[in-house]
Design a binder for this molecule. Structure first.
Ligand code: FAD
Length: 393
């Protein structure tokens, strides 16, 4: 792929910078900054998202009929990169648009796309992901939440944990068991659950990071049959496709770049010795590689299902890099060189990054699981070092 920037990307970046200066967006950014300075744990980002969505920049790669602009996935990634640079917190956008929305675009029925996508693109509706359960994380196929047939729909029961942003979300992409089969991978189904429905209880689980984890109890929640994605009991293959979409690494690479830039901003010629410069060079290269890996997996979107191995490589490198940069920043500014030269805003960014660091190599699949995915592809003929001649990568 060509890693250079196209005219279209440059044009979109310039447009985003303009949009960030418009009064509604500027006002929403200022309000967020005020809430954060006042110590609010999870300030409401939805007004900011809606102000950005008014310019059709929130889900830019989606077709126009669904509220996007039909630009390429790489161009849409440039939009997000520029928005994040401008101060937009991206977690709820990642969940709603980059994960659930993109998956619906790939795997939803025409009716599901028409019902949910325009609302997600405009910021009228937000979505979260409900997979993990108490005692069920990496081994997701062992999930225990159930859905049983009831009239024209299903009743869902079970407990989902460690999701993010469920309190601000309207629907949850939820994995449950609708039956059993000869293997644990059979009998899993995916539903879009209305989080305002009777029987849904949402609560927080304390977290070291600024983003709180959520616990969602489903107590006989009724959902229509039209909220089932794909065929009943055949959700596992869809789930693995959706997990690959979660692992492009864009969000992790943006965090890595943000923390790296904040770290460098506090160094001056007088404080940076040779050893520190060497580290800065090494982490800088890792951050660049993270961006290229993320860009590479994003370039595959829209060309059929994302290759799970490429996605696992991107997720592994980008999340490990972001975590290492967060810890390095603490060593540089916390111990070695002190906070000299580091603006208070940047110090707060790095402090929050240090607390977020441990979760990065767990979320969207742990680093161990990513390595297992990569290792299990070694017998594939299309992978370098695999069973074939490795000529196709
Ligand atoms: C920031 C963050 C955001 C999250 N967001 C969501 C969300 O939106 N929705 C959602 O449903 N969940 C979410 N999660 C949960 C996340 O998916 C799980 O934490 C993750 O899948 C790991 O599961 P677990 O915590 O149960 O750990 P476990 O699966 O119990 O793993 C514990 C340790 O054992 C290792 N391990 C497990 N199995 C193996 C194996 N076979 N081989 C080698 N090592 C192994 C793991 O790598 C890990 O180090 C989030 C988690 C975090 C930290």
């Amino acid at each position: 792929m060509n890693f250079g920037e196209s005219d279209a990307e440059r044009g979109l970046r310039a447009e985003v910078r303009e949009v960030l200066r418009t009064p509604p967006v500027r006002g929403a950014l200022d309000e967020l900054a005020r809430a954060m300075a006042a110590g609010e744990r999870e300030p409401d980002v939805r007004p900011l998202y809606r102000a950005i969505a008014a310019h059709r920049l929130f889900a830019a790669s989606w077709p126009e009929e669904y509220g996007g602009r039909g630009v390429s996935h790489l161009e849409a990634a440039a939009v997000i990169e520029e928005l994040v640079r401008g101060g937009m917190p991206d977690m709820l956008q990642v969940l709603s648009v980059q994960i659930v929305g993109l998956f619906l675009l790939e795997a939803g029925s025409p009716a599901q796309k028409a019902r949910y996508l325009p609302a997600l693109a405009s910021g009228e509706m937000f979505a979260t992901v409900l997979y993990t359960e108490p005692e069920v994380g990496s081994d997701l196929a062992s999930l225990r939440a159930t859905a049983v047939r009831d009239g024209e729909g299903y009743r869902l029961s079970g407990t989902k944990v460690f999701g993010l942003k469920s309190g601000m979300s309207d629907i949850g992409l939820c994995a449950v068991r609708t039956g059993t089969g000869t293997t644990k991978y059979e009998g899993i189904s995916l539903f879009l659950v209305d989080l305002h429905a009777d029987g849904v209880t949402r609560g927080n689980i304390a977290s070291l990071a600024d983003e709180q984890y959520d616990r969602v109890e489903l107590d006989g929640v009724w959902v229509g049959a039209d909220t089932l994605l794909g065929a009943e009991g055949e959700g596992w293959s869809l789930l693995t496709r959706c997990l690959a979409i979660e692992r492009t690494g864009l969000d992790y690479s943006l965090k890595a770049a943000r923390w790296y830039d904040a770290t460098l901003s506090g160094l001056t010629a007088g404080t940076a010795d040779d050893a520190l410069l060497e580290e800065a060079g090494r982490y800088g290269a890792a951050v660049d590689a993270a961006r290229l890996l993320a860009w590479n997996s994003i370039s595959q979107l829209g060309r059929g299902p994302l290759d799970p191995t490429s996605a696992a490589i991107a997720k592994y490198h980008t999340s490990e890099t972001a975590q290492q940069v967060a810890y390095w920043a603490a060593l540089v500014h916390g111990h070695g060189y002190g906070l000299r030269g580091l603006a208070p805003g940047k110090a707060a960014v790095l402090e929050a990054g240090y607390r977020e660091g441990p979760g990065l190599t767990l979320s969207a699949g742990t680093s161990e699981m990513m390595l297992e995915l990569v290792a299990s592809s070694f017998d594939r003929p299309d992978v370098i070092g695999g069973a074939g001649d490795g000529s196709r990568v």
